[in-house]
Design a protein around this ligand. Structure first.
Ligand code: CUA
Length: 331
């Protein structure tokens, strides 16, 4: 086990990025210790050496260019190092690999729900693969929450009405605690969940809806076992989205084969850069689709009229995720 200890103050490092975050953190702590000792030590030393004594008279000092250059250049160099180092680690932390396995996360007062592409929904705990990148696409049903996994050194606000995301690649099998790190009402402190990192064999079983045997010490309760296998009635998100696009009449205006109708075709839409009537360009991603479903008049694609009614409040978060998954599948 890789211990992120730092005198027992840090949780285990369960991702590669965690080690890099800790190294930067430790550098900042030691740098602060060094300058605190230097400044406070110097202050005490000079206060003693130049204390008022009979027979000693102070002399006026009118500046020292060399010292002033040194105390400007050295700190400038140090803050540039901190900035570049921080930027490199941050960039790695926020840029998911293209092959990351995606799981939708729904935060609500006061629980975490995890929705898999095969339609399985897990609450309060979720299975993730070990040594494979995972990307969470998160939203909230009510107020601001914050998804925090100390072992992974990831924390991200979860905001109603939009999607935010985090990614990680767990390197240690077993349980990793999730907290809510944004005060969200009475039971905020009880808004917990567990991520259980599975080895390849178990992960594969889970995806195929089979029962999983966990290692000693990670024995799931009967409840957990019951929710671990994909339910037979669980409908894959894409299927659900396809069905919804028909019953909600999306497809009366949006074709799915690229043919021309009253609104842009869903085919090949996701990931495309489209020109808006405002002249601006926008890349079609989860957030743009969500906005266009809830507030259709906001960003109209050039050449189309704002005729779509709002679907705000008419879709549950899972339905929204399903529709987006369906549109995304029509590449
Ligand atoms: Cu959710 Cu605090």
């Amino acid at each position: 086990m890789k211990d992120g200890s730092f005198f027992g103050t840090l949780p285990i490092q369960a991702t590669v990025v965690a080690g890099k975050v800790d190294l930067l953190y430790e550098f900042l702590v030691w740098l602060s210790v060094f300058f605190t000792v230097l400044v406070v030590g110097g202050m005490l030393y000079f206060a003693w050496v130049y204390r008022r004594r009979p027979g000693h008279k102070s002399t006026a000092i009118h500046g020292n260019t060399l010292i002033e250059i040194i105390w400007t250049v050295v700190p400038t160099f140090i803050v540039i190092v901190i900035f570049v180092w921080g930027w490199v680690v941050y960039k790695e932390q926020v840029t998911p690999p293209y092959n990351a396995y995606e799981i939708k996360v729904l935060g609500k007062q006061w629980s975490w729900q995890f929705i898999y592409n095969n339609g399985t929904v897990m609450t309060g705990q979720a299975y993730i693969p070990v040594n494979k990148p995972v990307k969470l696409i998160m939203t909230s049903e009510d107020v601001l929450h914050s998804f925090f996994v100390p072992n992974f050194r990831v924390k991200q606000d979860v905001v109603p009405g939009m999607y935010t995301s985090v990614w990680f690649e767990a390197t240690i099998e077993g349980e990793h605690q999730v907290y809510c790190a944004e005060y969200c009402g009475g039971l905020h402190s009880g808004m917990l969940a567990k991520l259980i990192a599975l080895n390849d064999e178990n992960w594969d079983k889970f995806l195929r809806g089979k029962e999983i045997k966990l290692a000693e010490g990670n024995t799931p309760t009967t409840d957990q076992l019951a929710s671990s296998a994909a339910k037979p009635e669980a409908v894959p998100l894409i299927e659900r989205g396809r069905h919804l696009s028909e019953v909600k009449a999306c497809t009366s205006c949006h074709s799915v084969d690229g043919s021309f109708k009253a609104a842009p075709s869903f085919k090949g839409l996701f990931g495309k850069s489209v020109e808006l009537s405002s002249g601006k360009n926008v890349v079609v991603d989860d957030n743009y689709l969500r906005e266009s479903i809830e507030k259709p008049a906001e960003k109209i694609v050039k050449g189309f009229s704002p005729v779509m009614p709002t679907y705000r409040g008419q879709l549950s978060e899972i339905e929204m995720a399903s529709l987006i998954a369906y549109i995304r599948s029509l590449q």
